[in-house]
Structure formats: C-alpha cells, structure tokens
Design a protein around this ligand. Structure first.
Ligand code: HMG
Ligand code: MG
Length: 314
C-alpha cells in the first residue's frame, strides 16, 4: 500500500484522538437501513483497525431516524465491545437516556443547535426548550457515572438562516458546558466553515473560558474544507477530531449536509505529518471498502478511492 513520506510537522500536536462517527452520523443518513449485525461488524472492524473512540448509535425517536431504530439490538450484539466511556451514543432526552442506560452504555452525547431553525427541525424544540430537555439528561448521566459530550450544530452557517454570528454560537456552547458536559463538539453540519472562521470561533470560546482541551471539531466535507479546517483547529491546540470511516455521513434533518471528514483522509494527513493516531490505515481501508460493498456505493473519501480503486467502482 502506498503511504505518504513522513515529514514531521512541528506545528501540529504529536498525537490526536479520532472520535469515529461513521456508525452513527454515517449510517443515520443512509437511504437503506443497514442490518444490525452489519452495523455491529462495522464497529468491531473499526475497533480492530485501531480506532479507540467510536460513537455506536443513537437513542433518538425511531420515527425520526428509522435507520438507527435498532440501537438496542446493535449494542446487544456488541456486548462489552459496545460499552464503556469510549463508546458514546446520542441521546436527546430522558427517554433516550433510559434506553441507553438499559443497554448498559458508558457515555452519551446530547446535541444542541446554534440556530433556532435547526433546533426546531432536528429536535422539535426552541434552543431554550432543547437546553431544558438536556438538563436532566446530563445530570442523570453524571449520576450514573457516564461521560457526556455536547454537540453544537450549525456553528459555521445554517442552510435556512445563513450566517450564524460567532457570539450566538459561543452562547449556546457555554450553556451546554454549563450543564456539565465533559466535552464540546463544534459541528459544521453543512460543511461551510473556512479557516479564519474556525480560528475565530476557537478564540472566542477561549475568551469565554472554554479551552481547546475540552473541544472536539466535527467538520462535514461538503465543500472539501474539512481537512484544512481540521489543521487550523489542531494548530490552535485541539486534539480531538471527529471523522467517519469512508466519509459516510450527513444529517437527515439538514438537507445540504454530506459526509463527515473521512477518517482515511485524516489518518493519511496525520501519518505524513508524523502525528500519531493509533490507526492501521490498511485495516481501516479494508473496512471502508467492505462497508461500501454493503451499501452498494463507492466511498466519497479521496484516500479510499486512491488506495482501493476496486472499491470505488463497485
Ligand atoms: P418529539 O416528537 O417532540 O418527542 O421529538 P416527544 O417528546 O413529544 O415524544 C413523542 C413520542 O416519541 C413519545 O411516544 C415518546 O415516548 C417518543 P408516545 O408517547 O407518543 O408513544 N420518544 C422516543 N422514543 C424513543 N426514544 C426516544 C424518544 N423520544 C421521544 N429518545 C425528539 C423530540 C428530540 C425525540 C426528536 O426530535 C428526535 O428524536 N430528534 C432526533 C433527530 C436526530 O437524530 N438527528 C440526527 C442527529 S444530530 C446530527 O446528526 C448533528 C451532529 O452530527 C453534529 C453536526 O453535524 O452538526 C451531531
Ligand atoms: Mg454531523
């Protein structure tokens, strides 16, 4: 397999944590429903490829996201491999938390919105109402010793509202962190962020006391900017990066959302720059090629296409 020539980039951190979202963000957006045993196998293969943190599924209203209605079944199939602080699941409300606790999870993620329109479309709530919905979820999750992540969507632009003021984003981020989230993930849901914007938001969060050590970045690659935006965040000290194997992904309630930054594209870039990810790129490529065959369509990842041409023409 071809690999990039390694030339250490001293402006980047020595290692990063990849927060893998393909099984959740990726599969929630597939037209067809992937069978639970295929999902479990996908997660097992990603773990075997060295991905330490894997978001497995969502305990949302199954009528809203039928693709992940089998969340309990997937976790049952995974057994201990699907539990623990590095296997988070999405939960929007107490009903979702009850289901997640019943399934024995060790970590959850709530997901808010920086804009009113998307809060309505994704959560059927205003921003204020959604924060009140999350409050008992975070409190009860901590009582149960779960790790809690707080996503904020539409941090860099909204398909209905257009530009989103940085201060508005910072306010919502601060409110989620005040609930007690352990980590914040900045969602570029529709992939419109560019480098200066990323830097400005990170600086504004820092000014509000939310440091880079508590922040993850979640870039969708709609406009091909996800990797360059990630590099900006890494150079400002962020070390947690969300990505999806094979570049699967999107959000069913945000039409212009496409896949996340592909994990392979991230791993290739980090490998070349001498940044440790813990991922075996070859094994991950095999996994994404296998998943592309299950889905019956090629991976959108440039690295997957370049290194496994057969997978792209399947
Ligand atoms: P609602 O319809 O307002 O819910 O939806 P409700 O509280 O009125 O309840 C209605 C019924 O749904 C009740 O049943 C509840 O029990 C049931 P009934 O009493 O009528 O028989 N229900 C549930 N059932 C199972 N599990 C649950 C649950 N909740 C309610 N958790 C709700 C409100 C928040 C539930 C809904 O809007 C929802 O599920 N939204 C989730 C949408 C979603 O999953 N979007 C994708 C994830 S976000 C994303 O992708 C962005 C991200 O990647 C970052 C980025 O890119 O920006 C994270
Ligand atoms: Mg997303």
């Amino acid at each position: 397999m071809r690999t990039p020539q390694v030339e250490a980039d001293p402006t980047l951190p020595p290692e990063i944590t990849i927060y893998e979202v393909g099984a959740r963000d990726g599969l929630q957006n597939e037209k067809s429903v992937v069978p639970a045993d295929v999902k479990a196998e996908f997660i097992r293969r990603m773990a075997a490829a060295g991905l330490s943190t894997i978001e497995t599924t969502s305990f949302v209203n199954p009528q809203w996201v039928p693709q992940l209605a089998d969340a309990s079944e997937v976790l049952e199939l995974l057994g201990d491999e699907g539990r623990g602080p590095k296997r988070p699941v999405l939960v929007p409300n107490e009903r979702g938390l009850d289901r997640a606790l019943e399934a024995g999870v060790g970590a959850v993620a709530i997901f808010g919105s920086a804009t009113e329109t998307f809060a309505r479309k994704n959560l059927n709530r205003t921003v204020d109402e959604s924060i009140e919905m999350f409050r008992p979820v975070v409190a009860r999750a901590h009582d149960a010793d779960l790790w809690v992540r707080g996503y904020v969507s539409m941090c860099f632009g909204d398909p209905w509202e257009g530009p989103v003021p940085v201060e508005q984003v910072v306010d919502v981020c601060a409110r989620l962190m005040d609930l007690g989230c352990d980590q914040l993930s900045l969602g570029d849901t529709i992939g419109v962020a560019t480098s200066g914007h990323v830097a400005r938001l990170l600086d504004a969060l820092g000014d509000r006391g939310i440091g880079v050590e508590r922040i993850g970045v979640h870039f969708h690659d709609t406009y091909g900017q996800a990797l360059s935006n990630t590099l900006v965040a890494l150079r400002r000290g962020v070390t947690v990066v969300d990505s999806s194997a094979g570049g699967l992904g999107g959000c069913p309630y945000a039409e212009s959302a496409t896949g996340n930054l592909a994990t392979e594209d991230l791993v290739w870039a980090m490998r070349g720059a001498g940044v440790e990810t813990g991922v075996d790129l070859e094994k991950l490529l095999e996994t994404s090629a296998w998943m592309a065959r299950q889905l019956g369509r090629p991976s959108p990842s440039a690295v997957v296409r370049a290194l496994t041409p057969a997978a792209s023409s399947d």
